[in-house]
Structure formats: structure tokens, C-alpha cells
Design a protein around this ligand. Sequence first.
Ligand code: SF4
Ligand code: SF4
Length: 222
Amino acid sequence: MRQKLESLLLGEGADLFGTADVSACVPERFSATPYAVTIGVRLLSAVVSEIRHGPTKLYFAHYRAVNAFLDMCALKCALFLQRNGCRAVAIPASQTTNAQGIAADFPHKTAANLAGLGFIGKSGLFVSKDYGPRIRLVTVLTDCPLPSGRMMEPLCGDCRACVAACPCGAITGRTWTADASREEIVDAALCSRHMKDKYGMIGRGSVCGICAAVCPVGADKA
Ligand code: SF4
Ligand code: SF4
């Protein structure tokens, strides 16, 4: 099944594919689907490189287009699993569901990390081995038993580029560890407030991306 899914999704145009056992971290609501398929699509590097000092309308439009594409890939993956007798839930690429508007039903980066596709950086972003944070992810949860990769430890080392570049000081600079709370890595509420206050004219203040644009990992890829 893993091979079939990989060939389906890479054939659809995905750049990253991985699977993981997420039974230890999946919310109770999804406990019947303890395995994850991660699908990743690269952002256009030329568009991301323009936003080192703040988001552009072009970036926002691109961000939305990639999220829509990811949701379509996730739907195709979930329907394929269902047709093969498995339970599947597609978690939207970009949807916050908590009261504060800063967390989703399930964090895509957790599944991608457990799949061995990359690490979680000081920015709190998923950093792909190949493309850095210039990638967007989506997750399909399923009861189809799928193998995990090898979880990657952070490779940030002494780098603090994202910490220095964040215009509101939301990134604490702590290296990510599996037991760290989100707040110990990034103040998501402060980040969200800054986006609304400063970039309201771009996508109603829902994007920034500076911390992704300045990350050296994957930045040299055309
Ligand atoms: S997205 Fe948030 S954390 Fe990243 S640079 Fe912008 S304000 Fe800072
Ligand atoms: S900019 Fe540097 S510290 Fe931040 S996530 Fe990338 S490698 Fe890690």
C-alpha cells in the first residue's frame, strides 16, 4: 500500500511523500486512524526569496494555491485508501480550529518529522532535508498500517537566522526537542497578532513567512 500511495501522490505532482505511526500523538478524536501519510509540495523559491523583509501579495496568492493543491492531493489519497477498505481522514493543509486561531486538528510537521522527512527548526517550522522550510505539508490519517521513517533531530546548530529576522521576537531561540511545548519554541499568539497588525493588507494578516525565507536550509535550490 505504501508503494501504491507514493506512486499515486508523486504522480499527482507532490515533491515529498512519507508515512509514520502517529499513535503516540494523535488526538483521541482520531484514535481510530493512528497512521499518517505526509504529502509535501515545494513553494516556488523565487516567490519565497522575495519575502525576507515581509510578505507580498504574490506570496499570499501562491501560498493559497499550494494549500488548495495539497488539499486536492490529500483528498485523492484519502479516497484511494477508502476504496481499498481503509478508514481515512484528510486534515486540511491550512485550517486553524482552536478558539485562539493558532492551532489545527493535527500538526502536519509532527507526522513529517516522524516520517523522517526533515526536522523541526528553531522557527517551529518543519524544515525538509532537501528544501528547508520552503515547503507546505498536508496529512492524511488512516488505519492502514504504514511504517515510520527515522525521526530527525534538529540540524540548526548555532544558526539563529530566523530568531534574528523575526520582526516581533516571537521565536525564542530554543532548539526543538520532542518534549518542548510549542510556547517554548515560538509564541504563536504574538506571531499571529503581528501578522494581523502589520500585514492586514495582505490576506487579512494571515501570512508572514520571513522566518522561512531567511532559513539557509534549502535556500540554494533553484
Ligand atoms: S511568521 Fe511569525 S514567527 Fe515567523 S518571522 Fe513572521 S512573525 Fe516571526
Ligand atoms: S533559520 Fe537557522 S535556526 Fe532557524 S530553522 Fe533555519 S536552520 Fe534552524
